[in-house]
Design a protein around this ligand. Sequence first.
Ligand code: GAL
Length: 430
Amino acid sequence: MNKKKWTFVSLMFALILALAACSDSSSNEADGSSGGSDGDAKLDIFSWWTGAGEEDGLNALIELFQEKHPDVEVENAAVAGGAGTNAKAVLASRMQGDDPPATFQVHGGAELNEGWVAAGKMEPLNDLYEEEGWEDKFPQDLIDLVSKDGDIYSVPVNIHRGNVLWYNTKVFEENGIDVPTTFDEFFEAADKLKAAGVTPLALGDKEPWTATHLFETVLLGELGIDNYNALFNGELSFSDDQVVAAVETFKKMLGYVNEDHSSRNWQDASQLVANGEAAMNVMGDWAKGYFVNDLELTVKEDFGWTETPGTDGQFMVVTDTFGLPKGVSNPDDVKKFLSVLGSVEGQDAFNTLKGSIPARKDADVSKYDEYGKETIEDFNEAKLAPSLAHGSAAAEGFLTKVNQAVNIFVTQQDTEQFIDSLEQAASELK
Ligand code: GAL
């Protein structure tokens, strides 16, 4: 590069930096969150629910809130990327810079308790629970997931199920496939489909969490709930033979996925099932919201579902919750939002679109489709397992390392190396 060009590039770079600094400070001013506490702050709601299959429920909830509180200015501050791929990093830098959003999406369990609560960043919400009479409205298991040392720190808006195998009903019919419930049946179906030229299993691991999601359902199916849970409280080692067997099953499954898996996200992978290019995928039931609301498929007619192999009677719990960060300038408005989010009306507005079931026990079941009704029943009867891929089972440090290890495993398929990485990551577990 000659000197002139070099000077030009340096100048442009300096300009970009200056502009970035400006826009940063102006956006802080705009949302009133630059440390000011003038009470005029916007209610910025932080999540990763943008785009297809994600934002409809949130928009419905915001609309309901605005009907009830037209005086409060709301800003939807969502950052795109499934499972918080990008949002979690943005949130961390805002929290570290003492610039918390008014409220933010956080999974119940370790992500909340070992993350933000342990760091002293959240206000307890016991008073709100008491005022709203919520203590017996949410299942105790869920309240436990959002509590630490006797205090409650967030309000669950939903319960998603992670261990769902979705399938294209026509593809199954045309190929004479019985709905698989065990790993043997799954592989039998997969061989038949492969021979017929259909991709058996859709995967979209452009964002690596989807492969971790698939892996955790295999762990649950192979180990059973007690041993699955034992992995996260240090009672069972990741080098245990059962984990090695689960990794081998996971590897075998990867032999049946679409070739372009690393260039697709979860919606793109679900699309393969929707249009019949692939027969099945494993995804949380936000995929149902996407199938129905965005792709306009009909429940049961166009797609069916079952528990992932070996997990009948077990429920991988993913719960999205919202809390009150310390230091926000508009805590009363935040509490107003949480009250709507935790109300029957709020839960039904959100969950009928999101694909999830309500976290409250007294929501209006008649508003849910066949999938929703069945899942509400299953939740009440099944044994509950906290999801790793979605923050409940273990703290973020561990999950980040597992996502990296899974991502390497998907390409290299080296079981020994993967088990070693999981074991090393386990040092992050408390
Ligand atoms: C999960 C979240 C769900 C859904 C999904 C895909 O972590 O709990 O609500 O948004 O990610 O982005």
